[in-house]
Design a protein around this ligand. Sequence first.
Ligand code: GLA
Length: 732
Amino acid sequence: MSIHYCEKCMSFFLQTPHTTYVCGIVNGKYLGHIYYGKKLQDQNLRHLMGVKADPAADNINHGDTGIFFDNFPFEYNFDGIGDFRECALDVHTSDGHHGALCEYRSHKIFKGKPKLQDLPATFCNNENECETLEIELFDPVISMTLILSYTVFSDVDAICRHVRVKNEGSRPIFLDCVMSAHLYLPEDSYDVITLHGSWGRERGICRRELPYGISRAYSKRGVSSHQAHPFIAVTSRNASQTSGEVYAMNLVYSGNFIAQTDGLVNDDVIAQIGINPEGFCWKLEYGETFTAPEAVLVYSGEGLGQMTRTFHDLYRNHLIRGKYKDRKRPVLLNHWEATYFDFNTEKLLDIARSASRCGIEMLVMDDGWFGNRFDDHRALGDWVVNEEKLPGGLKYLVSEVNKLGMKFGIWFEPEMVCPDSDLFRAHPDWAIQVPNRENTTLRWQYVLDITRPEVLEYVWASVRAVLKSANIEYVKWDMNRALCNIGSKDLPADRIGEFFHRYVLAVYELQGRLVTEFPNLLLENCSSGGGRFDPGMLYFSPQIWCSDDTDAIERLKIQEGTALIYPLSSIGAHVSVCPNHLTGRSVPFETRGHIAMFGTFGYELDITKLSEEDLQMIPKQVEMYHAYNDLVREGDYYRLASYAENHGFDSYMVVSKDRSKALLTMVAVAYRINHRAYKIRLQGLDPNARYYIPAMECHLTGDALMDAGIFVPTPWAGGDYRSFVWTIERDD
Ligand code: GLA
């Protein structure tokens, strides 16, 4: 890892363990992108910007700047000055004039990585682990400073970028668009990958040929959303899990975003990620600075699998925090799918008693424990225990659960208020709303305007009081609707465009307080399943509920898309009952356990109603979880087969960092008749070492397992939805 500035070629070189990133200055002032890819030695690469090697020969004729601006591979480009491509920065002045042109002014290179103001971001664990470059640019016409920040790490091939804009002039300026990263890619045949879905079907992998013009994933829902994801990857055409180039970007942010490519007519490509400019406008007064969220850039020269493992390592080591960062999480039972709103203390204790006998370590009480919450039509905001359901309150319930040797966790949806609630009746103006327009309910609820200090303080005081009232060791923080009808009592008209971002900052403020005041708490974020599963939330909670769809077969796809970026240790996954409540599908209990095991693992069912056969399987699954979770949490993840793309089976494995142990999972999704065997080529093993696979009773070298693969006879499968998890151990 290193960052270096070459005076002679006026270029910046950023080196990660296996990648290089280069940008440079042209005409003494324009910052251009030169190279991002496989590691190179520092050398003069200015020809890649279409200019001479010697900066003294730069001569951008001012009569011709338009041609230059619309073609130059800007490191970060500006709207309004004759660059007609998608721009990274769009600003207007109080006179209403758009445009900026920021020129190089100075730079600094230093050890470590500064925090981002009010925003989650990756961090280094000690100063020597990373190095940062900050390039300062300046627009003299509107007295605006732009700082482009880049951090490289010693142990992972990621580059973390962010942008700050400062108004140094005497009049306000308005930021209409501030991308967190802008990446110029040279002509090639590319594919583009984004993640899309809906409630219950999050993060489906969507891949297509990169088109001319815009290809965009976006959210304007106030959350990162089920529908799209703050991620984009540009890959060489047909890049696979193991080969091809990948340029990926992920935004450490939980609100409106765009992630897009602009396929240019000169066949080059621009890739960008940042806050969605639609509905965004930030007013900057003199001396104020705006910090855009952090973008993570990953380059892999060895296909998507390598990209995935880089993100996993970065997030496990430099984003996720807290007590449970590197620890096994308690096996939990959440009663949501067991009872929905129909429960009381006795029912919960019945469930807890059976659960504790099976080795389950925590009971999570979900929605329905407060106010008049007998269904989802009312009471959000009234965070007072419903003593009709829970006589003796939380204290009694939690102490009884603790007596069973189990921990206790609780559900909240702190950002919300129902029209039918005491809170709303007392403070109707606390809901986000546009005066005189009928407010839109979604799931019979409004969103609280937590950008207002008094509302934020109410929310914080409510959550805090509940957590102080009993021995609560886990919180599921839910968020079940999108934001619309944007209006806020405290914001003047010229600041309404700040609302969405201010809302996200308020969520971060609340979650920051929570993890600071309750450092031993295990926090799991959630948003109608996985509607806010993003790196911003991972900074606060080491795990996020991945989807309300708990059907194990559906989960294969959802968890595959999620694990494309996020470590398995962060993916909330539970075993639920069959027929599944959403899909009606029945899958063997064993298979449900195998699939949930490659996430956080837990149960979401009425354990008191299980068949004896299923019940007996739970202690075995819990035992497996304890035996394998270290490997699942810390190992390298390899995607071997996706059932949508092959003969109907899914397969993935996790390999320990020292390549001495591995776990191989296979699920037969669509049983294939008259088929000799499923062939699986393993990955990630040491080619020269010998491995033992107890289930196959065979000893083979890593190269044989990876190049020749293993044949799993089809009859083994015995029908749809059968699965196995096999251990693989290196021979000593
Ligand atoms: C959301 C969550 C579920 C559950 C319900 C409760 O849908 O994703 O897991 O907590 O809310 O209302």
